[in-house]
Design a protein around this ligand. Structure first.
Ligand code: NFA
Length: 101
């Protein structure tokens, strides 16, 4: 018979690492008004009023609160923008980032 061999079909399955996520952390201070903090959280992190208030009050009571997790670039950009919003209004409001375990 004249059967034509076809090449074996191989499925390439590239290993894709999940990007490590980074936490954005809100740091408490004694000067930034509560309403200002919640306004920044709503504007920069797109959380609703309830969530913004919970995050703000957790930082207020405990000193810090994780706002959300993002890829490194997004976490750093949002932390910088949110910190700048405070500085522009004359407040020492601070958001930091750290890699998730
Ligand atoms: N501790 C601030 C106040 O009592 C409010 C605040 C909360 C500031 C969370 C920064 C972060 N006005």
């Amino acid at each position: 018979m004249s059967e034509i061999d076809t090449p074996p079909v191989t499925k390439v399955r590239p290993k894709t690492e999940r990007p490590k996520l980074h936490k954005v952390i809100l740091i408490n201070d004694d000067f930034t008004p509560r309403e200002f903090v919640t306004a920044v959280l709503k504007a920069e992190f797109r959380v609703n009023a309830d969530t913004a208030n919970q995050i703000m009050m957790t930082a207020h009571r405990k000193g810090v609160c994780v706002v959300a997790v993002f890829t490194k670039d997004v976490a750093e950009t949002k932390a910088t923008r949110a910190t700048d919003a405070g500085r522009n209004a004359g407040y020492p409001l601070l958001f930091t980032t750290e890699p998730e375990e």
